[in-house]
Design a protein around this ligand. Structure first.
Ligand code: ADP
Length: 184
């Protein structure tokens, strides 16, 4: 049975970087909702036009829309690292039966990258993506604490949560992830 790993953590915690690296090293496909949505915006597709303003303001796109985008990208016989989905309980509850009943995939666990709010704000201000200005960052963090953080409790009950503190250099963090998750 193919496998799924979910990456969770605040915006700017390094999810994208480590998810991509782990995916390459262990033969998973990296599915980043942020990357998918930004590609739609860059290509000015109907979906991109719909979500551009929402992303720029730091808000979530609708659960139905993002779920559809993600689920249609999940194929059989392929391992995935999900980066940016699910991001709230409703999305997690859409994903769970899909993995089990439709995609035949086992959720291996959730990698939870922890970092303080202060460090995250510093990192995002330096990164300077279009949605990385102070006002938008504050909105994203507020939504993160309200909507995304409860997923940790949810997955502690329903799966395995691997906690890794990411206040270190990228290579050090990556080694910590490898040690904690122990993929073969
Ligand atoms: P970050 O985690 O640094 O905020 P991402 O690249 O993961 O950035 O996501 C960028 C934006 O895309 C989010 O702020 C949000 O607007 C939208 N987005 C991504 N994933 C989801 C999701 N699962 N549900 C709703 N909106 C999403």
């Amino acid at each position: 049975m193919s496998e799924i790993i979910i990456f969770l953590g605040m915006p700017g915690c390094g999810k994208g970087t480590h998810a991509a690296r782990l995916a390459t090293d262990f033969g998973y496909k990296h599915l980043s909702t942020g990357d998918l949505l930004r590609a739609e915006v860059d290509n000015a597709t109907p979906l991109g036009k719909k979500v551009d303003a929402i992303i720029s303001a730091g808000n979530f796109v609708s659960d139905d829309l993002i779920s559809e985008v993600v689920l249609k990208n999940i194929q059989e016989n392929q391992n995935y690292i999900l980066d940016g989905f699910p991001r709230n309980l409703n999305q997690a509850k859409i994903l769970a039966p899909f993995l089990k009943e439709k995609a035949g995939k086992k959720l291996l666990g959730v990698v939870y990258l922890e970092l303080s709010r202060e460090v995250v704000i510093q990192r995002l201000m330096v990164r300077g993506r279009k949605d990385d200005n102070l006002e938008t960052i504050k909105t994203r963090l507020e939504i993160y604490f309200k909507e995304t953080l409860p997923l940790i409790d949810f997955y502690c009950k329903n799966s395995t949560v691997y906690r890794v503190n990411t206040n270190d250099d990228i290579d050090v963090v990556y080694k910590k992830i490898l040690k904690t998750v122990k993929l073969k």
